[in-house]
Design a protein around this ligand. Structure first.
Ligand SMILES: C[S@@+](CC[C@H](N)C(=O)[O-])C[C@H]1O[C@@H](n2cnc3c(N)ncnc32)[C@H](O)[C@@H]1O
Length: 663
């Protein structure tokens, strides 16, 4: 609801020297502010009026509708049971009909026990970066539990979330709209707006709001392509002129409109390799374009040639750079030259394009060739070809780049004698497609899909359910699965050591820890946000293993079926270590539907009665049945996982013969 206090705009202290700009910024800010609050007031009024709307009245029944069930007769009501009186009212409020309904007894055989209290956990599918705790406490943990000593959190944090210096979200919207108006309507630069220091945020911060709140992006006049200068300077060559005209078309393929003012992405035009071989160009001509068409036999009338200036050739070649498969007849019309001559010049273009491009790598300049790796050279071509040519691959044939077994084949960096007599032939598929094909193979090849990183990346998880187990809740399989299959990723908040320490009292109070040691810097805490894997209990005879995989540069924890998966220790992490139940059930290697999942939490999770962390839950008898009781104080042992082994990155690399990383 709009508050009256928020309708007053802060008045700046105006300095007479720069008052013009400040006056403008202040006026636009005030307008945006007023408009917002008029809207906000109306919106709040509408919301408040909603509950007072007249109640829904049932329309009269349609003729074919069955008559309503007649109320039960008093004889049907048993005297032993409690009865309810039901009254049907008219729309006017007067009682229409009243009858009695007896209650029906339902006997529950099982004793229903109240469920143990559980604090909620935000469901997430990917880890959330938290890092170090902020100074403020977002909410009071266990606020409805009087046995929790909140003074601990008061000491750990500077503020609670409510007095923390947070900006008013309404002000963000108003400042955003003010900046939009100043930039787009008044053409004021961001620097000038910042200099006034009038708005409560810098324009840099304001521009971030659109991403945060998903506002449509506004068009900054600076992003607009310059309008064409007319006439175009004649000192520019045909290539520059063509480039210039091409660049005036929108590069968004759904638009391709000249001087588009809608799309912001602009990309300079890039040359494309030809797809139609020179020898097949005649196939795209339906009818000869005239007497001078290259399809016509040479006669006395068309045998006289024209003079080609350098600019003419350049003009033709510029077209061919961007539209190499154009018909010679069309090009003849554009270049105003006889079609036959155009066709002849194309042969020159082909040999030139084989050597035209250049790329610089490690300080050396390489020529760029389009290489058709499937092309076989004829003996004559092979004889003409130089022994080897260094090439920079633009595109490769996927059948060569991806071997039958799905592994990346090394891309050639030299064209060998006899293997490529033709120097300028097109690539069949661009490299990006080869990678896509590779990903497809990985996905569909059983052996390759065992790659742990890929299964985490693609979320190949199994169906599971959370139910009551011996130690609170547990996770159970809803389908059988084989050894090595990914059950799911263990997700949660990524926290650093100080945050882990500051949450110790919560773990202590809860009696359960959900922290998984990920790497020397981060742990994954599934206590406040996580998925079903946080309910997997501990057993020394675990039927699942955990692996920390490096997926696209991020460490992620996968839980895999079977014991062959190496478990990195410490897996789960608890401070102080908790007490384990010695009676953990034996588990089988293959997981069947209905089986409970277990992982080995590692040596630091549980504690022996002597007060030192112990490997596994081989505890003295008195510990039995006290799994949620807190053990004696133990110094935190936040171990550095320098001894842990992490898997390699799964990024597919093409061309160097390397294989995707296997953990
Ligand atoms: C990651 S949680 C597992 C899910 C937990 N059972 C729940 O209900 O939220 C880890 C906690 O489960 C309990 N737990 C799991 N396995 C146990 C075992 N073998 N013996 C005793 N307690 C266990 C401990 O309280 C431990 O801190």
């Amino acid at each position: 609801m709009a508050s009256t206090s928020s309708t007053s705009v802060p008045t700046p202290e105006v300095n007479s020297d720069d008052s013009d700009l400040i006056t403008l910024v202040s006026r636009v800010y005030r307008d945006a502010w007023d408009e917002y609050h008029i809207w906000s007031l109306r919106n709040s009024e509408g919301t408040l009026r909603n509950p007072t709307r007249s109640p829904y009245t049932r329309p009269p029944p349609l003729p074919q509708e069955l008559p309503a069930e007649s109320p039960p007769q008093p004889s049907e009501i048993s005297d032993d049971l409690e009865a309810f009186t039901i009254t049907d009212f008219e729309a006017s409020g007067s009682a229409k009909e009243t009858w009695e309904v007896s209650s029906r007894p339902i006997t529950v055989d099982k004793v229903l026990r109240p469920y143990p209290p559980y604090e909620s956990c935000t469901p997430i599918s990917r880890n959330i970066m938290v890092g170090d705790d902020p100074d403020y406490l977002p909410f009071m943990p266990f606020s409805d539990d009087p046995s929790y000593d909140y003074t601990y959190d008061v000491g750990e944090h500077k503020y609670f979330a409510w007095p923390a210096p947070n900006s008013d979200p309404d002000t963000e919207v108003i400042a955003y709209e003010t900046t939009r108006r100043l930039v787009v309507d008044h053409r004021i630069s961001y620097e000038d707006i910042d200099e006034t220091e009038f708005l409560p945020f810098s324009t840099e911060e304001i521009r971030k709001f659109h991403r945060k709140r998903d506002f449509p992006r506004w068009r900054d006049p600076k992003d607009l392509a310059p309008l064409p200068k007319s006439p175009i300077s004649t000192t520019q060559g045909p290539k520059e002129i063509t480039n210039y005209f091409l660049s005036t078309f929108c590069s968004n393929l759904n638009c391709v409109t000249g001087f588009c003012t809608t799309h912001l992405e602009t990309q300079p035009p890039s040359a494309v390799p030809p797809r139609i071989p020179y020898s097949k160009l005649a196939d795209i001509v339906q009818e000869p374009c005239g007497r001078d068409c290259f399809m016509q036999p040479i006669s006395a009338e068309n045998s006289v040639g024209t003079f080609w200036q350098r600019a003419d050739t350049e003009f033709l070649f510029s077209f061919l750079d961007y539209a190499p498969d154009s018909s010679s007849c069309d090009l003849a019309a554009m270049c105003r030259k006889p079609c036959r001559e155009i066709h002849k010049q194309r042969a020159k273009y082909r040999s030139r394009s084989a050597t035209a491009g250049a790329a610089t790598k490690n300080g050396k300049t390489y020529r760029i060739y389009h290489v058709d790796t499937t092309a076989r050279a004829t003996p004559a071509q092979a004889a003409r070809a130089r022994k080897t040519r260094r090439i920079v691959i633009h595109g490769v044939d996927v059948s060569k780049a991806v071997r039958g077994d799905g592994k990346a084949a090394p891309a050639p960096n030299r064209v060998q004698e006899n293997s490529a007599g033709r120097t300028s032939v097109h690539a069949i598929w661009p490299t990006s497609n080869a990678i896509r094909k590779f990903a497809y193979l990985v996905e569909h090849d059983e052996n390759l899909s065992m790659c742990k990183n890929v299964s985490i990346q693609r979320g190949y998880s199994k169906r599971t359910e959370v139910r009551e187990s011996k130690w609170g809740l547990g996770l159970f399989m809803l389908e059988s699965c084989d050894e090595g299959d990914l059950i799911a990723e263990y997700v949660g908040e990524l926290i650093c050591e100080p945050t882990f320490d500051s949450r110790n009292a919560h773990t202590n109070h809860r009696g359960r820890s959900y922290v998984f040691k990920l790497n020397p810097t981060f742990s994954v805490d599934g206590a406040n946000a996580g998925n079903a894997t946080r309910y997997i209990n501990h057993s020394p005879n675990a039927n699942c293993g955990t692996t920390v995989c490096l997926v696209n540069g991020e460490h992620r924890v996968g839980i895999y079926a079977g014991t062959s998966t190496p478990s990195y220790t410490p897996t789960l992490f608890s401070f102080p270590p908790l007490t384990a139940d010695p009676n953990c059930p034996p588990t089988a290697t293959r997981l069947e539907k209905g089986d409970e999942l277990f992982i080995n939490y590692g040596p630091k999770f549980f504690i022996s009665s002597s007060g030192s962390p112990k490997d596994g839950p081989n505890l003295p008898a008195e510990a039995e049945g006290t799994s949620l009781d807190l053990p004696a104080f133990v110094m935190p042992t936040y171990e550095h996982a320098s001894d842990a082994t992490y898997s390699e990155e799964s990024d597919v690399s093409m061309g160097d013969g390397s294989e995707p990383g296997e953990p």
